[in-house]
Design a protein around this ligand. Structure first.
Ligand SMILES: NC(=O)c1ccc[n+]([C@@H]2O[C@H](COP(=O)([O-])OP(=O)(O)OC[C@H]3O[C@@H](n4cnc5c(N)ncnc54)[C@H](OP(=O)(O)O)[C@@H]3O)[C@@H](O)[C@H]2O)c1
Length: 169
């Protein structure tokens, strides 16, 4: 398949690119700084693009089978997190224009409040308050996909803590 990976420089993105190449897929990686991506492969094309611009993304999305986003954004004490919603609007607009219908994106465990019941005291009262702004914007992105993108085939992956350890399968 032809897979386009956003956030390909990140911890998850680099592993996704590597696994996709190992499985024989052709990968286009969208990054901010192409020279930082150290993976080299005949089936890997690295391009620089603005993830907040549908105009910019459209040309790269053309003829891709699926878009996979491992984008992540920093938390600031001074402002709300908006990267997830701002990027998904540009990404899905570019998908419509390029006639790509499949997207897989990452958010996190605990974007749904009811899942917090399963979390430990430490997670509920120490970690969640620290990352609440992130979780709010992740959930807004999930809502956007759910409410505004019913013509797309989308999947949201909600991992708990990622360990940067060898894969377990
Ligand atoms: N790590 C965990 O334990 C964990 C657990 C649950 C959920 N998650 C979520 O899963 C996702 C991936 O996690 P991760 O740990 O792999 O994230 P990460 O290492 O922080 O990587 C984030 C990626 O997003 C890219 N990015 C951020 N802002 C960008 C911008 N303005 N333009 C272009 N690219 C931009 C970064 O590019 P640069 O390299 O250029 O900065 C990087 O490639 C995130 O949404 C994270 O919140 C992570």
């Amino acid at each position: 398949m032809k897979l386009l990976v956003l956030g390909a420089m990140g911890r998850t993105g680099q592993l996704l690119v590597r696994q996709a190449l190992d499985q024989g897929h052709r990968v286009k990686a969208i990054v901010r700084t192409p020279s930082k991506l150290t993976i080299q492969h005949d089936n890997l094309k690295v391009v620089k693009a603005n993830i907040f611009s549908a105009d910019n993304l459209r040309e790269h999305f053309s003829e891709q089978d699926a878009i996979m986003s491992c984008l992540g954004f920093p938390i600031s004490i001074f402002s709300e997190v908006t990267g997830y919603t701002e990027s998904i609007k540009a990404i899905t607009l570019a998908m419509h224009e390029a006639k790509v219908t499949r997207i897989i994106a990452m958010t996190s465990w605990c974007t749904k409040r009811e899942t917090l019941k399963e979390a430990s005291w430490t997670i509920r009262w120490l970690l969640i308050p620290l990352i609440r702004k992130l979780l709010i914007n992740m959930q807004e992105m999930e809502n956007y996909l759910n409410n505004e993108c019913q013509d797309l085939k989308w999947t949201v992956v909600r991992p708990p803590g990622l360990q940067n350890a060898p894969k377990t399968g």
